[in-house]
Design a protein around this ligand. Sequence first.
Ligand code: G1P
Length: 297
Amino acid sequence: MRYKVTKAIFPVAGLGTRFLPATKSIPKEILTLVDRPLIQYAIDEARAAGITEFVFVTSRGKSALEDYFDRAPELESALKEKNKSELLTLLEATNMESGAIAYVRQNQALGLGHAVWCARHLIGDEPFAVILPDDVITGEEPCLKQMVEAYAELGGNMVAAMEVATDKASAYGILDVPPSVSRCLPVRGMVEKPAAGTAPSNLAIIGRYILTPQVLRNLDGQQRGAGGEIQLTDAIAQEIRNSDNVHGYRFSGQRFDCGSKAGYLQATVAFALSRPDLRDELEAYLQELLATRQAAQ
Ligand code: G1P
């Protein structure tokens, strides 16, 4: 029997240095795409995939995240008094059931593998998902849902995968896979942030994972890897040797790297253009802006 995946880990302890000075007092995950914080997209995707228990790995200075998912009684009663029922409905979607979210602290920034390991006591002996909220993925069917469906057939460990430009491979975990166009690929090896020119392919790991509890046990003794950090990729790679059941899943959908300024801005524009209430005005503005810039060149 295969377990259902009901728990997900959200590593949100990062310092967000790429977005300083904003992230001096705001967690990066609270930055908005139009009017919804990045973390809301991650939670919605997890819910759509059947996740009911959410584990946040946080650090100092992240209390705004905890408040975001709590009720806001003053705000709710002010909106009720003013009959702002649409806004109330919007707010309701952000409330989480009591006990659905658990927070654990990562008290040293030792890397993604270490952050995931910090949640080990809350995961127990079950398969679990990991969602990196920096990777925002749009598409008809949410990425994690696609993976949960494929996982029901295959079990084992699964990582989301996407082709990246060869000169960008050293920014990712890269998969060693047989040449194939299929959606689901058996992984022969994986390497975190390979040096330029050494990547085994250009199929990169994107921030969605379904993992066995054995990966958490591998992290117990995990040595530091790329960048001097304890890497999740290394603990999963160990499972290729142990169980030979690790798959890369080429999801359908578009991924935005909201951990970088350029990716965040692209996502902002794309999300705004997909909103009926904003599309026309923004599109007209962008066209005018580009025309003016071209004329000036
Ligand atoms: C992390 C993972 C890496 C993966 C990437 C996807 O790296 O370690 O394997 O390819 O997320 O976004 P980071 O971006 O945190 O350096």
